[in-house]
Design a protein around this ligand. Structure first.
Ligand code: SF4
Length: 224
């Protein structure tokens, strides 16, 4: 009987995409409302959140890359945040570069704007723990595919980090290892934006990636 559904169903990838698009619409509408309340635009809110995760500050070029916007656009946006007293420009370690840091007001604003997706976190919290970890793992894979295709900038995820050691422990709950904190961890702990992330070289990234996806790719049936 399932052949009937195979014949009348759109491919899974299309239905998942439709579901993500619905969530994206809600996020965008909530982001505009939250931004209005916090007095910043959604992109400025995103920049504040990224700077909040960078206690040593960030260069403009790095921030622009993470936001997926051009350097001149990022420069205008940062000047607006500086004028609002949320970001300070400080000399970088080599004195010739500029380091962007949050002011105390900027930190408070980042904490407020980061609460935008709480409604979505509440919805995700209705899933059992195993489904949440599976969803996170799936998202990591989709985000990486978008990165590889050049659709989004490189994210500070475990799977591209030089400290990531996938499947080095026998423990099925915590099979991975983070060499930065020297501790085992599981899929439910995978980071999408880690402050300690350091990009691994391309060969190492590919080796780790193949080791990371091998167990689930071997188990999963091919579906439409
Ligand atoms: S340092 Fe952060 S990104 Fe790197 S493996 Fe550890 S937790 Fe993941």
């Amino acid at each position: 009987m399932s052949a009937i559904f195979d014949a009348i169903s759109e491919p899974v990838a299309r239905r998942v995409t439709a579901g993500l698009a619905k969530i994206g619409l809600v996020l965008r509408s909530r982001a505009w409302k939250g931004a209005g309340t916090a007095g910043v635009t959604p992109t400025q809110g995103h920049a504040l959140a990224l700077l909040r995760d960078a206690p040593d500050g960030m260069r403009l070029a790095g921030l622009a890359k993470l936001l997926g916007i051009s350097a001149p656009t990022a420069s205008d946006m940062i000047n607006a945040l500086v004028a609002k007293g949320l970001v300070a420009k400080q000399p970088g370690p080599d004195r010739r570069s500029i380091n962007l840091m949050l002011t105390p007001e900027g930190e408070a604003s980042a904490d407020r704007t980061r609460e935008w997706p709480d409604f979505l976190a509440d919805a995700v919290d209705t899933l059992p723990a195993g489904e949440q970890a599976g969803l996170l793992r799936g998202l990591v894979r989709v985000i990486r595919a978008l990165q590889v295709n050049g659709d989004i900038p490189v994210q500070r995820m475990c799977v591209s980090c030089r400290f990531f050691r996938p499947y080095v422990h026998d423990d099925p709950v915590n099979p991975h290892h983070c060499a930065y904190v020297d501790a085992p961890f599981g899929d439910r702990h995978l980071r999408l934006n880690c402050g300690e992330h350091q990009l691994a070289d391309p060969v190492e990234q590919e080796e780790h990636w193949q080791r990371f996806i091998a167990p689930t790719d071997a188990q999963l049936p091919q579906t439409r």
